[in-house]
Design a protein around this ligand. Structure first.
Ligand code: FAD
Length: 466
């Protein structure tokens, strides 16, 4: 297929109309290289599409993913692991190999934690035997390393020998620290019926806006069956539910009535782990310019989800080119190029954007970024107004322990880059869904949406890894 024909084909079938405005003739013989730090939702997609589209274009591009884990474990649907009868089976359904990226698309996957990237030269480094070792110099580097957690002003006094991550797990990263997911699951299993479960939600922006509310629903549903005298208290540092508000209000007040207590404007700043089963959780509210301590709750399960920020490799590489909060990468949402360094691109949860921090949109950002990099190699201007879309499906009830069919809800949103404001506009919700406000479109929890969730997950993960 000729390059021009391919451009036409992609332009008609994708939300990302790849190249239609050549400005120069690319150097046909050159070989370009891209290093991708992180083989998660965003990084794996970028690597696959860089190779796939380059081959269609007849462009020689080598792509290397640097990733410490042998497989990727999805955070999406990981809340269901918490209540799964067979957690190993549940986790295996969330585990994806890099084999297809290697064999079908010719991506090189190198096992390494990247310790430093030179933002000017594109050289990538790792530590081997305590010595910094170069992993090569790349024409473009994509940082797709997810998020990091910042406990900051949350004090955890732990009087046990159990490490904090296990005593009060966030369980918000299924992959590299997946032990937290299974630790939280064990705490639920060992919960004394009648004792409290606490979930604390950090201030936005955080990974997966509906995720913590979804977790409250999944746990409450399970409690009804296995620990009917126990309850979930949700302390939300935000003033209100951050996504799918009508759905979660309906779920908290109707579906799980009496099982979930939702308390907004509450930032958990103090946790005392007295013994393996007793956690004293103290929320604070911000009043008249100071934190004011509120009543302490004694819980047996304390799922403390701390505030989030871009991962260390992003903060270190882009120092001085972060947003005003100093927590997220400042990038162009037209290309995902760093504001300060022309060789560095950042995609996924680590960026400053009004797009949510979610796997589906990470997949979309990756395609826009791959397109922009290929255009760069070809000497072509970036596509002016790329469109991305996001979807989050939310289980409200599950099948665990019940003979009934599970239910789910969902939200979706569409964004388009605006060349006048140099940021993305929230264009419209997609025209599907059920009840709910104009934005985001939320479907009333239903059996049909639960089945759609599984189809959507399969398709998204195949688009990323297969
Ligand atoms: C409970 C829960 C439910 C969710 N549900 C949904 C949903 O329904 N829909 C949705 O769209 N999203 C959902 N998400 C969010 C989604 O999982 C994340 O937004 C998504 O994984 C972000 O993709 P990413 O590529 O930025 O990061 P990740 O997928 O976390 O990938 C980052 C990768 O970078 C690697 N890495 C990190 N540092 C380095 C380094 N220094 N060197 C090399 N590699 C490194 C890590 O090992 C990891 O593999 C959910 C999240 C949670 C926690």
């Amino acid at each position: 297929m000729k390059r021009r024909d391919f451009m036409k084909a992609v332009a008609t079938g994708s939300t990302i109309p790849v190249v239609s405005n050549f400005v120069t003739t690319p150097a046909e013989a050159a070989t370009y290289s891209v290093g991708v730090v992180g083989g998660g939702m965003a990084g794996a997609t970028a690597a696959k599409y860089l190779r796939y589209w380059a081959s269609k274009l007849g462009l020689s591009v080598t792509v290397t993913i640097f990733e410490p884990n042998a497989n990727y474990i999805s955070n999406i649907k990981s809340n269901e692991v918490l209540v799964a009868t067979d957690p190993l089976k549940a986790i295996s359904g969330l585990t994806f190999k890099y084999d297809n990226l290697k064999t079908k698309y010719g991506v090189t996957v190198t096992k390494a934690v990247i310790s430093r990237v030179d933002p000017n030269t594109g050289e990538i480094f790792t530590i081997v035997n305590n010595a910094e070792t170069s992993k090569g110099k790349f024409d473009a580097v994509i940082l797709a390393a997810g998020i990091d957690f910042e406990y900051g002003d949350i004090s955890i006094e732990n009087k046990t020998a159990i490490k904090n991550e296990i005593a009060v797990p966030h369980a918000w990263q299924a992959g590299p620290i997946g032990e937290q997911l299974t630790a939280l699951r064990s705490q639920l299993r060992n919960l004394t019926d009648g004792k409290e479960v606490v979930i604390s939600i950090p201030l936005s922006p955080y990974r997966c806006p509906p995720g913590p509310y979804e977790r409250a629903c999944v746990i409450a549903d399970w409690l009804k069956r296995y620990k009917p005298k126990s309850r979930v208290t949700v302390f939300d540092a935000n003033p209100d539910i951050q996504a799918e508000k009508p759905v979660f209000e309906y779920a908290f007040n109707t579906v799980h009535a009496g099982y979930i207590r939702y308390v907004p404007n509450m930032h958990v700043r103090k946790v005392v782990v007295s013994d393996s089963k007793t956690k004293l959780v103290t929320p604070f509210i911000w009043q008249n310019g100071a934190w004011v301590e509120q009543t302490t709750i004694t819980a047996e399960v304390a799922n403390i989800i701390p505030p989030m920020k871009a991962p260390p490799i992003v903060l270190k590489t882009l120092a001085g080119n972060l947003d005003a909060s100093g927590r997220w990468a400042k990038i162009s949402e037209q290309t995902y190029q760093s504001a300060g360094f022309s060789k560095i691109f950042v995609i996924g949860d680590g960026i400053s954007s009004k797009q949510p921090k979610a796997g589906h949109i990470g997949n979309q950002e990756a395609k826009v970024c791959a397109d922009a990099i290929l255009r760069r190699f070809m000497g072509v201007t970036p596509y002016p107004t790329p469109v991305t879309n996001s979807a989050c499906f939310t289980p409200i009830t599950t099948t665990e322990g019940f003979t009934r069919t599970a239910t789910a809800s969902w939200l979706t949103a569409l964004y388009r880059y605006n060349t006048t404001t140099s940021t993305v506009d929230h264009v419209a919700p997609s025209p599907v869904g059920g009840v709910g406000p104009a934005w985001p479109v939320s479907g009333k929890p239903s059996k049909g949406l639960y089945s759609d969730m599984n189809k959507w997950f399969k398709t998204l993960m195949e688009d990323t890894f297969a």
